[in-house]
Write a protein that binds this ligand. Structure first.
Ligand code: GSH
Length: 76
């Protein structure tokens, strides 16, 4: 379903910035590539955590607090 890249040099699954982690989501027609760990977290939660078991609904106060900590994490 979702393939985690073993190598950023794999031609078919190459990432935009040439780094790992990255993923390719093949669940809906055209493969969707996502790179950067924080982007992957947002993508996976938005797409596959519809019941919000590990994330918060978009635009809730808790959602934006999550984004704040995520941005803090990747920018610190
Ligand atoms: N900010 C990136 C960091 C990614 C990263 O630094 N990946 C390393 C491995 S842990 C990498 O791909 N290094 C190979 C290179 O720089 O060519 C993220 O959070 O995904």
């Amino acid at each position: 379903m979702i393939g985690l890249l073993r190598s950023a040099t794999n031609d078919n699954l190459s990432t935009a910035n040439g780094r790992i982690p990255a993923l390719v989501d093949n669940t809906s027609g055209k493969p969707k590539r996502v790179f950067e760990g924080a982007s992957m977290q947002l993508y996976l939660c938005e797409k596959y955590d519809k019941d919000h078991k590990i994330s918060f609904p978009y635009d809730s106060d808790e959602y934006w607090e999550t984004v704040e900590w995520l941005v803090w994490m990747v920018s610190s």
